[in-house]
Design a protein around this ligand. Structure first.
Ligand code: ZN
Ligand code: ZN
Length: 162
């Protein structure tokens, strides 16, 4: 199985070369690839990626708005996500107000579920604007405290899983 992090930026203004585009993860097995999320940044590039299927985690524009012109493949999402897309919910831009779970919180979930490795995407401005090495060290340390190997992905990162 392969993981390809094509985009790793959350819904923030800042962007850098390492975190340029909205979060997209391609999960590949054999010749097929399933795309996780398709934010606005991917509206144009979608046809070229040719995924076998798309899974939307939720309806926020940085996860779903890339599908405004339709999709070249089946799209899967929860009922809640579909209805949110249908009602085109408007979201406050201020990331803190909507707040996705912090890396600490997610590491707690991983520890609870006995997940041993965690790769973070959907980076916030602290990571995108900050020093990559310092952020990596911080996340590694947070993971280590909970017995988890943790790191931060960047656009273009590819991992092979056995
Ligand atoms: Zn998001
Ligand atoms: Zn969101």
């Amino acid at each position: 199985m392969r993981l390809r992090f094509l985009g790793t930026r959350g819904e923030i203004e800042a962007r850098t070369r390492r975190h340029r585009r909205h979060s997209v993860l391609l999960v590949g097995y054999g010749r097929r690839e399933v795309m996780i999320d398709c934010g606005l940044d991917w509206r144009k590039g979608l046809a070229r990626l040719r995924p076998s299927a798309i899974i939307l985690t939720h309806a926020h524009p940085d996860h779903a708005a890339g599908l405004r012109d339709g999709a070249p493949c089946p799209v899967y999402a929860t009922e809640e996500t579909w209805s949110a897309i249908a009602h085109s919910i408007i979201r406050r831009r201020d990331g803190r107000a909507i707040g996705h779970a912090s890396i600490q919180a997610q590491l707690e979930w991983c520890a609870g579920a006995k997940v041993r490795r965690a790769v973070f995407t959907h980076c916030d401005s602290e990571i995108v604007k900050g020093d990559a090495r310092a952020s990596a060290a911080k996340v590694r340390a947070l993971g280590r405290e909970r017995g988890i190997e943790a790191w931060i992905s960047h656009d273009g990162l590819e991992l092979a899983l056995r």
